[in-house]
Design a protein around this ligand. Structure first.
Ligand code: GDP
Length: 332
């Protein structure tokens, strides 16, 4: 990742961002991704400067295993939306990526058509970042996309575990892309992910795969009905439907259902409650991270080593040692 280029005044960057300039948004995200103390400070100032814009996007989390068709779906779905004048931002979350040369989600050949759309913004995942860092970076990037007047923010994650929970905690709705399967299709599916999904999209429902997709769809429909009934789900949700990202089939219906779900949740107070709950969750996460950061400072590390030696030597109880350390933290 390069630097932020030549230094720019935060106010300038904020006003260009609010004007919806893509380059300003790219630069602002680079700033929030940076670990440098001066960049963190600037990022904080920028986030405060744009906080009052009030523009809110529909935040859609999208997950699925590699090869299920996420990039094809985002390309087709995103292009359909930009065609309707909807401004679409795509953020990739790939905390597992430690490959050299960045992540697969950063592959330049992905979403070529969408990336040429003036109403689209695509940001690949930064490589070599810890999940905690990815969470903060993604949340801040979402805020920046909203300030830059994007109407939809698609947050894409690979179906590898923890990252789905994280993405669902920052999304208004969560869609899971699945492949048609034969036989014991439900066996490999993690129950937690099914419980999280507001929409399960069985992709590749085309050609020879239509029959398998239809069966899979019926199986998932049965399963989600058993797994989940929540107050924030209107009749018919979680929804299971078939799509073909490749042939752009069923995508209009997906969008209509997303808008219906959003409208229903807004009308019934669930959307507001969910955003409030998420804000509180991330606040608490930040506090936890901050505390862990305090534990890593040299003074605290030295104190920890000192007390640890006593505990190891049998002259101090572990619980007493911990208490002494924590009491020390409370002093100014
Ligand atoms: P990702 O790893 O989840 O991003 O998956 P990709 O979008 O790269 O797709 C993986 C493969 O599945 C590619 O060869 C796509 O052309 C293919 N694919 C994606 N969507 C569809 C679809 O709707 N129908 C069919 N038949 N193939 C698809």
């Amino acid at each position: 990742m390069g630097g932020t280029g030549q230094a720019m005044n935060t106010d300038d960057l904020a006003s260009r961002l609010i004007a919806g300039e893509r380059r300003a948004l790219a630069r602002a995200i680079t700033l929030v991704e940076s670990e440098r103390a001066d960049h963190r400070q600037q990022a904080g100032d920028l986030l405060k400067a744009v906080a009052g814009t009030g523009h809110q996007a529909l935040r859609i989390g999208l997950s699925g295993t590699p090869g299920v068709g996420k990039s094809t779906f985002i390309e087709s779905f995103g292009t359909m939306l930009t065609g309707q004048g909807v401004r679409v931002a795509v953020l990739a979350v790939d905390p597992s990526s430690t490959r050299s040369g960045g992540s697969i989600l950063g592959d330049k050949t992905r979403m070529e058509r969408l990336s040429r759309e003036p109403n689209a913004f695509i940001r690949p995942s930064p490589s070599r970042t810890q999940l905690g860092g990815v969470a903060r970076r993604t949340r801040e990037a979402i805020t920046l996309c909203e300030a830059a007047q994007y109407d939809v923010v698609l947050i894409e994650t690979v179906g590898v575990g923890q990252s789905e929970t994280m993405v669902s905690e920052m999304s208004d709705l969560f869609a899971l892309l699945m492949a048609p399967a034969g036989g014991d299709e439900l066996q490999g599916v993690k129950r937690g992910i099914m419980e999280m999904a507001d929409m399960i999209l069985v992709n590749k429902a085309d050609g020879d795969l239509v029959a398998a997709a239809t069966r899979t769809c019926a199986d998932y429909s049965g399963a989600v009905r058993l797994l989940r009934k929540r107050a924030q789900d209107p009749e018919g949700f979680p929804k299971v439907m078939m799509v073909s990202a490749l042939l752009q089939d069923g995508l209009g219906a997906v969008w209509d259902d997303m808008l219906n779900l959003l409208a229903w949740r807004k009308a019934n107070g669930h959307w507001e409650k969910q955003r409030a709950r998420q804000a509180r969750h991330w606040f608490e996460q930040e506090v936890r991270h901050g505390l862990l950061g305090v534990l890593k400072t040299p003074e605290v590390q030295a104190r920890m080593a000192e007390l640890g030696a006593k505990v190891a030597g049998g002259t101090l109880l572990a619980s007493d040692g911990a208490r002494q350390l924590l009491d020390g933290l409370k002093k100014p």
